[in-house]
Design a protein around this ligand. Structure first.
Ligand SMILES: *Cc1c(COP(=O)(O)O)cnc(C)c1O
Length: 391
């Protein structure tokens, strides 16, 4: 490892790190002292603030994006025997969700530039059984939703936006997710905003919001918070089978602080991404993810495609970065390659998905990343073709 800079051996650069501080510590302490730690007033406040900031009519907090996706499919009326179109190029939770309601995931290919579903990709796999489509703002790049809704709405197909990665992204000048009938969000530490674990369902429809709110809490007619507020609690009813998909007030308190940090997080990520873009522009064979014409990414995932003309392949570059103490990651996974989805994958032809999952790599990018650390990453990317191990 003769080519390592002396400081390279000192610190390891991770691919992602949440930005948490004393404000989150204080917010959690306040909730602990209040004595109400489960779903209660902080969750309600987090929902209201999230809805306002992200221009959603209604927000329902959940235990994760995965459980929010499950609820979204239930309120959309998706049932056993239905087909749900999903991208294979996504975290596996997207393809898993339809199976929770007995539906079949049907894989559509993505656009080779953005990594997102397109109207023509969806149209190619519609069946008479298609009841819903789950689109993903992959890595934070907003999906071009309008043409997909123009295709699906007249056919009675519900479009659900898996916006797990998209807090702080914009589509046509408004927050991503704001244009969807149903959108789902993640607050896992791998995302821009974190509550440890946690999720949100947003919807333009009051009836869906109300049903999701009941379903996440055992489908109880009276919430635990309402029962607690009354001395003589009214009897509760259970009209359907529900779930426990609740968020806690401890998590919501963290989420409220994190929401305030969102603009700064996005700004810093885009600043660092612009530095990567500038450095990579001159390197043959590397292509960095960029804003699509219809919106702006929050740079949740800052990925590069390693093309044939680059001096090594994706695996080679990952190994070099690892040797320099830099944790990059393989790009977005493809669910159709997993055994769990072998049945759905059988007839799927997904050339763009296959190429992107094989050739992309996610670069380190997080709020606290210093430009000196970033320069260490860039130095590896920009190594010359020969003598890549340095002098
Ligand atoms: C992270 C992620 C999920 C899962 O989110 P959880 O909150 O961990 O359940 C779902 N879909 C996409 C696109 C994701 O990136």
């Amino acid at each position: 490892m003769t080519g390592l800079l002396p400081e390279a051996a000192l610190t390891r650069i991770s691919v992602m790190q949440p930005w948490l501080g004393e404000d989150e510590v204080a917010a959690v302490a306040e909730v602990l002292r209040s004595g109400w730690v489960a779903q209660g007033p902080k969750v309600a406040e987090f929902e209201a603030t999230f809805a306002r900031r992200l221009e959603a009519a209604h927000a329902v907090a959940t235990s994760s994006c995965t459980t929010a996706l499950h609820l979204a499919l239930v309120v959309a009326g998706v049932q056993a025997g239905d087909d749900v179109v999903v991208p294979s190029l996504s975290f596996v939770a997207t393809a898993n969700a339809p199976t929770y309601v007995g539906a079949r995931p049907v894989f559509a290919d993505v656009d080779g530039v953005t990594g997102n579903l397109t109207a023509s990709g969806v149209a190619a796999v519609l069946t008479p059984q298609t009841r819903a489509v789950i689109v993903v703002d992959q890595g934070g790049v907003p999906v071009d939703l309008a043409p997909i809704r123009a295709l699906c709405d007249p056919r009675g197909i519900v479009v659900i936006e898996d916006a797990a990665c998209a807090a702080g992204s914009l589509y046509r000048g408004h927050p991503a997710g704001a244009w969807a009938e149903l959108a789902t969000w993640s607050f896992h530490p791998r995302k821009l905003l974190t509550t440890g674990e946690g999720g949100m369902l947003t919807t333009s429809r009051l009836d869906w919001a109300e049903r999701a709110r009941r379903l996440r809490e055992h489908a109880m007619s009276v919430s635990a918070a309402e029962r607690h507020a009354s001395v003589l609690a009214p009897p509760e009813r259970y009209d359907e089978v529900g779930f426990n998909f609740r968020m806690t007030d401890l998590q919501a308190a963290v989420g409220l602080v994190q929401l305030d940090r969102l603009p700064a997080i996005v700004e810093r990520r885009r600043e660092l991404a612009a530095r990567y873009a500038e450095a990579i522009a001159g390197i043959d064979g590397l292509r960095l993810v960029a804003d699509p014409p219809h919106g702006r990414t929050n740079m949740q995932s800052c990925w590069v495609e390693v093309g044939r003309s680059y001096r090594t392949d994706r695996e080679g570059l990952l190994a070099e970065l690892a040797e320099a103490g830099i944790s990059a990651r393989r790009g977005i996974m493809a669910a159709h390659r997993q055994r769990a989805h072998a049945a759905a994958a059988r007839e799927a032809e997904l050339p763009e998905t296959d190429r992107l999952t094989d050739t992309t790599l996610i670069l380190p990018l997080f709020h606290q990343l210093t430009t000196a650390e970033q320069d260490r990453v860039i130095a590896v990317l920009a190594r010359p073709v020969r003598g890549s191990q340095g002098p």
